[in-house]
Design a protein around this ligand. Sequence first.
Ligand code: KDG
Ligand code: MG
Length: 402
Amino acid sequence: MRIAEARVVVTCPDRNFVTLKLVTDDGLTGVGDATLNGRELAVAAYLNEHVLPVLIGRDAARIEDTWQFLYRGAYWRRGPVTMTAIAAVDTALWDIKGKAAGLPVYQLLGGRCRDGVTVYGHANAETVDDVLAEVGRYVDMGYRAVRVQTGIPGLASTYGVSGDKMFYEPADAALPSENVWSTPAYLNHVPTVFERVRAEFGPGLALLHDVHHRLTPIEAARLGRSLEPYALTWMEDPVPAELQEGFRLIRRHTTTPIAVGEVFNSIWDCQQLISEQLIDYVRTTVVHAGGISHLRRIFDLAALYHVRSGSHGATDLSPVCMAAALHVDLSIPNFGLQEYMRHTPATDAVFPHSYRFADGYLHPGEEPGLGVDIDEDLAAQYPYRPAQLPVNRLVDGTMHNW
Ligand code: KDG
Ligand code: MG
């Protein structure tokens, strides 16, 4: 079973996606997501120029050896572009292995550890009144966990608040748009939002919030403490995580659980956060953390330290990544939550998939492999459109984290 063909498909069914498709000499196909929001063509070029030529003729069954070849063999290790490219190859090879075995990938990973994958949705609105209605909509759809983001009084736009309530797309312009940020306004407002949401929906609903890397550790400590009465499931990315020892300071001051890691690419990025028990959920996912093989390693390390998974699942991670994530989520002992931002009908049509939402859970389905594919003819009807993520400035014009 050798890799006979490998191609990269770039398509824009409402947003850009990069997909790797592998075909074996006995006719099996496998797909892997290679989308890096706002940097799509960098990964496509890395795959086309440096990875595809070495894949042709390789034994498709040797998933781990291929991973090691691409990781160690590049000499230049890690980084989002490299690891996303490796992830795509790894994911496609797991898809092929599942099809060759006639089994869904979660069976190859050890079988089910649970009946379904609990997901959280995104309730967002400019005002608190409107966000209450949005949370109610998610509860009515069956969600057991909801992320809550609102506008901040005095700020023209805020991360996580979108016009279209089901499909959030922050990469909104060919050149980065500029947002303005005020930490004092934010810190004052957020607890008032959760006070109302908790009062309205009671203690049973899991509530989450994404800070999106905007605070310092002491500011995050204050936020975490002020949210304690509302018992959040997690406060996400409170600070940028380059300085991991900074999380010790947050931990000293608050019991609000912390989730970090959607921008991490490898086990080395989260080793300290996990082994010092500085976080409660690790948000690494298939596409940006080296594929199914490497993500499982991260989650196994996390399991030793009471850290659970909470994989990133925003709209810019394609249905191929979502399908792969569900097979991992179903099979690991320390699953926590899976983010599930729905894709648009155009995206769903380009990526036919067997996963289904029911009663607050996603189920990957029983098809051999990952249960997802790319319709290449349809994909060709949606050419790439340049789109970048916004940047963020403080009120005085200083560059800040977006
Ligand atoms: O591409 C960036 C988005 O995926 C990110 O902003 C979404 O933070 C995010 C989340 O938690 O879904
Ligand atoms: Mg996030």
